[in-house]
Ligand binder design. Sequence first.
Ligand code: PMP
Length: 447
Amino acid sequence: AKVPDLNRRLVAAHSKSQGPNVSIFYKQDGGVVATSGSSCTLSGPDGDFLDCANNVAGVGHSHPRVVAAGVKELSNVQTNGRFLHPGRERYVSKLLATLPDEIDTLYLVNSGSEANDLALRMAKLYAQIKGCQNPEDVICIDAAYHGHVQSIVDISPYKWRQCTDGNRASYHKPHVHIVSVPDAYRGPYRGPDAGPKYAAEVKEIQSLTGGVGTFIHESVMGCGGQIVMPEKYLQESYAAVRERGGLCIADEVQTGFARNGEHFWQFESYGVVPDIVTMGKPMGNGYPIGGVAVRREVAEAFASSGIEYFNTYGGNSVACAIGEAVLDAIEEDGLQENAKTVGQYLKHRMTSLRDKHGEWIGDVRGEGLFQGIEFVEKGGDDIVPHPALCKFVVDGLKQDRIITSRDGPDGNVLKIKPPLTFTDANVDELVGSIDKWLGLAAAVYHK
Ligand code: PMP
C-alpha cells in the first residue's frame, strides 16, 4: 500500500533527529500516526485502529475522568511531595488498599525503570541489615525486562542480549545471576510439574553464593513472550531467597492494575506476597507515574542509612490526581470484572483457533487481558519457533487496522494486552482477523 505523505515526512524527521535506536511501530510501512484515542481505539489522519497493544492506557485512551482530573489539578497547582496535599494522602491510601496488608508503605516515582532502581536500592540495604552474604547481588530471569536505566539494564537480559557489536558478554555483570525462563511450554522443563524444577536453579544459586540480596521477576514476562510463572515456582524461589536474608521483588509494571481480571495484582494468582511490588505504566493511564510498595520493615531499613529520599516529580499533585482517577475508573467502570470475562472469552476463542490451525499455534497462554499466542513451525518435543509467521500475522492484522505486537527471544509470540475496556466484539474482530491471516499464510508457508 502507498505510504501517505504525512507518514513519510514524520518517519524521515524522526530518523534524522531522534536516536537511531529509537524504534517506531510498523516503520517499514510508514508507522501509525496516532493523534487521538478513545477506549480501545487509536485514531489519526489514517483513520481508526483497534488497539490491542496499549496496556498503558489501562482504563481506555483519554478516559474522560482521568483527563478531567489531570486538567483540574494542573490548573490548581503542580507541587512536589514536600508540600502536603490531601489528594496525595487519599491516593496513597486507596492504592495501598489494593495490596496485601503487609505491604503498607509507598514511594512514588515517575516510571517503571525508576521504580525498579529504587526497589534494588532498598533491597540491598535490607539484605545488608539481615546479614545476607551478598546483599548487592541479584537473581533475575533470562529474557526479563525491567527498564532502561543502567542499574536495571544490568538485570534485563532481554535488553542486553540484543547487543551485536561483540560486547554482549561485558553486559553480564558479576553481581547478576541469571536463571532460566520458567517456560513450561518450550523451556528445559515442561508441563505442569515444571515450577519446582526451575525454582531449583534459584536454590542452587543460593547455596553456591551463600545467599543473594534480591530476587526480581515480572509477574508474567511480557518482553520474554507472555510467560506465566508455573505453579510453585515463586513459592519455592521466594522461600529459598528469604532463608538467606534476601528479598523478593514482583515487577507488576505491565501486569498490575486489574489486568489479570481475577485479581488486582497478578502475583496474587500465585499465592505469594512479595516484599516489594513495583508498578508503573497503567498507573497513570499514560501520565508518567510509578510506585514502589513495600513492607514497613523494608522502608525502615532503607531510611536507616540516614539518606533522605527526594524525587522532584514523584508524588506530584497532578500525578496523584490522575492516579486516583485511574483507580476510581477501574472500580466504577467495572474493569477488573471486564478483564476477567472478556479475557475468558478471548482465551476460549484463541483455543478454538489453535484447534483449527493445528501445529502452527503451539501455545495459547495468559489470563485476563494479558495473553499471548506462540507460533511454531513444529510442535512436539523439538519445538521450532516460527517468527516469520508471527510477523506475517502481525502485519496482516495491521492491514485490518488492528494493532498488536510480537515479542519473546525468538519474536514468535503475538502479545495481546489491550486497554481493559476491550469487549467481546473486539475479541471477535481480533480473532477473526488472526484466523483469516493464518488461512492466507498456508499458501506462503506450506503447512
Ligand atoms: N518493567 C516492566 C515489566 C516493563 O515492561 C517495563 C517497560 N516496558 C518497565 C519495567 C520499565 O518501565 P518504564 O519504561 O516506564 O521505565
